[in-house]
Design a binder for this molecule. Structure first.
Ligand code: SAM
Length: 342
């Protein structure tokens, strides 16, 4: 049975640390007539809606890692159960995750999983089926102060919904990674479920590959990698056991595409150039080579670029394989991640 639209609903969104102002500004640009900012904590923002909305409402902002309808605070398992039974939901997916997520991915999941297990038991005792693939996702957002109530929210899954719980894959930057780009690459793969795809023996083109975090992640997954960057590569990449890395030490504009393979299974770009500079090169590469999957980091280090994300993504849609999704990963800084392809 569909849940009733709440009369005076609130919406919520979680974002990375430091992106709260970007998230608020982006939501204001998109929904100024509908939404007014309400309760706000680091990495969690809520808005009051001036008209009825339900859990299908899409904030459609790249700066929200997860969003949905706010169900408000819950102090006990019984309160969580009441929120779900009062909406006549009988099958849900339960995601328990922290409000504050560090950008290096180091989250203590043990305490969170214990809460998830207790709440799961209470929900199941009330006749609610827990199913990871259920179309309704209940988010329980756990505060960093143990005495604080959990914040609860509900969303109906939609295309491009993050696959990991809370949009926070259980991946920590390893000490041997040459750069944080290792984590960005792994989080991107997990976000779309490509971490479950067997990438071994496939070939990647890694643009802006130095010092080599992303290349190392792909090499460790068994890929062959052609990396383009004028900078030096870390020894762990150059001397990778697989011998699968080839360095083209040229700027992107001087890349001779006639010397590249005609197909790449994956194209990554993390070049620290403005999107208007770098995207035309990616478009031209996609016309020259067959590339079924893209992971592009769009650098938003100019004040106006945050407002132009839709324009950049629209341009990417004009040349990249579909579907195209954009989000800000937990490990992104002043940038967003665009993923294109199935
Ligand atoms: C954020 S770093 C990339 C980190 C890298 N992806 C990793 O995994 O370690 C940005 C890189 O873009 C490179 N870069 C900047 N302009 C470039 C250009 N025109 N052509 C190729 N690489 C460029 C820089 O040399 C720098 O190494």
């Amino acid at each position: 049975m569909p849940a009733p639209a709440t009369a005076q609903p609130f919406l919520f969104a979680c974002c990375r640390e430091g992106s709260e102002a970007s998230l608020k500004a982006d939501v204001l640009r998109r929904h100024a007539t509908l939404l007014t900012p309400a309760f706000m904590r680091p990495q969690l923002i809520t808005w009051k809606a001036r008209a009825p909305v339900d859990e299908t409402f899409d904030l459609a902002t790249p700066f929200a890692r997860v969003s949905g309808l706010s169900l408000g605070p819950c102090k006990t398992e019984a309160e969580v159960v009441e929120k779900i039974t009062s909406r006549s939901l009988t099958r849900i997916s339960l995601h328990v995750f922290p409000r504050v997520a560090p950008e290096d991915g180091a989250i203590d999941w043990k305490a969170l999983d214990a809460i998830r297990d207790r709440v799961s038991t209470a929900l199941q005792n009330a006749g609610i089926t827990l199913d990871e693939a259920a179309e309704h996702v209940l988010s329980l957002i756990v505060d960093d102060k143990p005495e604080a109530a959990w914040f609860s929210g509900l969303r109906k899954r939609r295309a491009g919904d993050p696959l990991p719980c809370g949009g926070l894959p259980r991946i920590v930057l390893p000490s041997h990674a040459p750069s944080r780009a290792w984590l960005k690459a792994e989080q991107a793969l997990a976000w779309r479920g490509w971490d479950k795809v067997d990438l071994s023996h496939q070939t990647a083109l890694d643009l802006g590959c130095s010092p080599g975090g992303a290349s190392l992640a792909l090499l460790d997954r068994g890929m062959k990698v052609i990396g383009v960057d004028t900078g030096d590569m870390d020894e762990s990449v150059l001397r990778h056991d697989s011998g699968g890395f080839r360095h083209l030490r040229v700027p992107l504009a001087r890349l001779d595409t006639s010397k590249l393979p005609s197909t790449f299974d994956l194209l990554l770009c993390d070049i620290n150039l403005a999107p208007p500079e770098v995207l035309p090169h990616i478009a031209s590469l996609c016309q020259t080579c067959r590339v079924p999957r893209l992971i592009l980091t769009l650098k938003l280090n100019h004040p106006t670029f945050e407002q132009r994300v839709d324009e950049f993504v629209g341009y990417i849609r004009s040349f990249a394989p579909g579907p195209v999704f954009v989000t800000q990963l937990a490990a992104n800084r002043r940038e967003v991640c665009v993923m294109a392809g199935e």
